[in-house]
Design a binder for this molecule. Structure first.
Ligand code: ZN
Length: 472
């Protein structure tokens, strides 16, 4: 998941102050904390250049899980998919019920070159200090994997038996698209004709200190995520010697094209689930804001213009355009005959690759520029917040952390959850851990860390979630 988008989502969704943690202190529950610290020490890094991936780290991580959660590994049916991803099946007593799938991933992003010295604790040391577990993957997303396994292990030891079959899918390549992990797990389930009641996966979470609602903890259940599309623009033009420059060279054409795209953003609009999110916030904000949030038929244009003003909230109301790469030229005295740019778009629910392609071609309006689309596929449809799955997640959060405000939301990033869209109508993105806005900035960045209370709470919420969704 991408740090910035997560941060934006959290900001836009409004989260409040840390409830004085109702859970027992981390010391009393230190097995989860210790296990997370250990989990961080395995350098399960996903590299874009897959030949750099150290497969033995992934093997060692799986062995660590096996020895740390002996009851899980001896009692439940566990399959390895594409060697490194895990699919854990906890068969229910009522086998006619459709299974629920929990999804998370244990691969992590690399440490950016030149930033290692900025870490307060080395990223793969798994240090526990100052109320935090420090390290790459502490938030994204090993905490979810560990919290789930910790919860299952405890429940198994208590003799708990779910009525509904529960599946736990732990991917190993989410950070590079999930094609070997989640995608293959989903295909495997499809071949077995498995239909899922719903999926609970990476995306939403609990935030303690949102500027809009500073006095409450807010839990966001993301009903949808934006789709991911990159367009490559290939410009061709006359080259030659720079002493007699040609008109409309490839670089100039491309520069005009990208600035036209920048000057013509896609229309801002209020779509589901952002409209539902605002309605959910209405009772908790001031009277005027509450009225506006509840009466969108009247206030839509005002809300859209307010939200689009800020970099943080603009992506909630718009398919965004970001020129991310520009390559051209071989020598300072040569007019280049070709130039290439990449433009990354994050699509609002309802917008399609075809629509974007058509609009972009129109905006660029230059037949010398070829536009090639590379899409991650359209995102799953918006999940139903009036369905049983949403209610059970909400009830589990409220039971464990009373006073938490639960809202639907839109995730700006793209996760593995989309690979499961053909198996279910409803994908709810919710991870059971709490964090402060400041800590969210450490995801995919320096000093990634999770608070000890958050780890303890994550296990408690996971147990509630498991027992709540396992009921018929
Ligand atoms: Zn992630």
């Amino acid at each position: 998941m991408f740090k910035k988008y997560l941060a934006y989502t959290c900001i836009a969704l409004g989260m409040g102050m840390l409830l004085a943690s109702k859970s027992a202190s981390a010391q009393e529950h230190d097995s989860a904390v210790q296990h997370l610290a250990q989990a961080i020490r395995f350098e399960t890094i996903s590299y874009q250049q897959t030949e750099k991936i150290n497969h033995s780290a992934f093997d060692n991580f799986k062995s660590f899980l096996k020895s740390t959660y002996p009851t899980v590994f001896s009692s439940l049916y566990i399959q390895k998919i594409s060697q490194h991803s895990l699919l854990i099946e906890w068969t229910g007593t009522h086998q006619h019920l459709k299974p629920v799938l929990f999804e998370a991933h244990y691969d992590v992003v690399p440490i950016e070159e030149g930033t290692l010295q900025d870490w307060q604790h080395p990223p793969f040391a798994g240090v526990i200090e100052s109320g935090y577990v420090w390290g790459r993957g502490s938030l994204d997303d090993k905490v979810s994997v560990i919290a789930s396994l910790e919860a299952i292990e405890q429940l198994l030891k208590q003799g708990y038996a779910p009525e509904r079959t529960l599946l736990f899918a732990f991917g190993h390549d989410e950070e590079i698209g999930g094609k070997q992990g989640a995608k293959q797990i989903a295909q495997h389930l499809k071949q077995r004709d498995v239909e899922l009641e719903y999926v609970i996966g990476e995306g939403g979470l609990l935030i303690n200190d949102h500027p809009i609602l500073p006095s409450s903890t807010v839990a966001m259940i993301a009903l949808a995520e934006k789709s991911y599309l990159t367009l490559t623009l290939n410009a061709k033009g006359e080259g030659g010697h720079s002493s007699a420059p040609s008109q409309n060279s490839a670089v100039i054409r491309l520069a005009k094209a990208v600035s036209a795209l920048d000057d013509n953003p896609f229309e801002a609009k209020l779509v589901s689930p952002v409209s539902e999110m605002l309605v959910a916030f209405a009772p908790h904000v001031g009277m005027v804001e509450g009225f506006l949030f509840n009466n969108q038929w009247l206030s839509e244009s005002l809300l859209v213009s307010k939200l689009s003003e800020k970099t943080m909230s603009n992506p909630l109301v718009r398919t965004t355009t970001a020129v991310t790469m520009f390559n051209a030229g071989v020598k300072e005295n040569v007019v280049s005959q070709q130039a290439q740019a990449k433009v990354n778009f994050r699509l609002l629910p309802g917008d399609s690759t075809e629509q974007i392609l058509e609009k972009v071609t129109k905006i660029i309006n230059d037949t010398h520029i070829e536009v090639v689309a590379d899409s991650w596929g359209d995102s799953p449809k918006v999940a139903n917040m009036n369905a049983e799955g949403y209610r059970r997640i909400q009830a589990s959060i409220e039971a464990e952390l009373p006073g938490t405000i639960v809202t639907p939301g839109l995730l700006m990033a793209t996760t593995d959850t989309r690979h499961y869209s053909h198996l279910t109508e409803n994908i709810y993105r919710f991870q059971p851990f709490t964090m402060h806005m400041d800590d969210s900035k450490t995801i995919h960045s320096t000093n990634e860390r999770v608070s000890l209370d958050a780890v303890v709470n994550a296990v408690a919420i996971s147990k509630r979630l498991i027992t709540a969704v396992a009921k018929p």
